[in-house]
Design a protein around this ligand. Sequence first.
Ligand SMILES: C[S@@+](CC[C@H](N)C(=O)[O-])C[C@H]1O[C@@H](n2cnc3c(N)ncnc32)[C@H](O)[C@@H]1O
Length: 260
Amino acid sequence: MIVRDALRDAEQRLAAAGVDTPRVDAELLVAHVAGTTRSGIYAQLDREVDGALEPLLRRRESREPLAYVLGEWGFRRLVLKVDERALVPRPETEIVVERCLGLLADTPSPRVLDIGVGSGAIALALKDERPDASVTGIDVSRSALSLASENAERLGLDVDLREGSLDAAREGWDLVVSNPPYVGSLEGLQPELRYEPEEALIGVGMHEAIATSAATRFLVLEVGAGQAGDIADALREAGYEDVRITADLAGIDRVVEGRR
Ligand SMILES: C[S@@+](CC[C@H](N)C(=O)[O-])C[C@H]1O[C@@H](n2cnc3c(N)ncnc32)[C@H](O)[C@@H]1O
């Protein structure tokens, strides 16, 4: 089958499977197999597509996240390896990194802790964009840590990765950042989430626990839709000042930060 027909066929199958963005997903899958970019495929519409497309298309039709099917995903300036060992890095989390960089602008060689490092997205992006920072990432999931260290090695970014939980927050940091699990239940949410590790998604109370236990000058937390107000209050109660909420590109209040 040639690229032009493969695109049309893939788009129709993905739309029938309920994928939100069937055209974009079809383009990215065909581009991946053809070894080119999304725009590059339009210069090769009559080229043959090989059999590698079909198994990838089937995985996406079953609603496996596109990032897992492709095996890599862009996050800020990095391309990260991604698989079922850790959450797919989300575009809204790029704003978490943005806020961390803003708060640290006047702090030379900052010490930074990322709680729940997952694929390494936040920790590695911070190290990439603030090379003078000492960045530590912790996670309770050994699988996630193995993926984060593969990413660190591939990207040549020197971050300290350790197994651990909130205790590390007490060690004393310039900035503690976390995108903790904050979903109550997967009921009614997109089927793609079933492929991601449950311990990365489902969780209650971690924001508050981090806010009360962290010994840090700056705290930056990613929150779920509708959670920002309560978590901002929790930061104020825990003694943080200049508490600020930042919305994501969809207009959802997504990042809560404070300083003390
Ligand atoms: C929502 S994911 C975030 C992953 C990554 N930081 C990102 O933003 O893409 C949450 C991560 O927190 C980890 N986690 C869950 N409970 C934890 C705990 N008590 N202490 C440390 N990490 C935890 C999970 O294993 C998961 O990797």
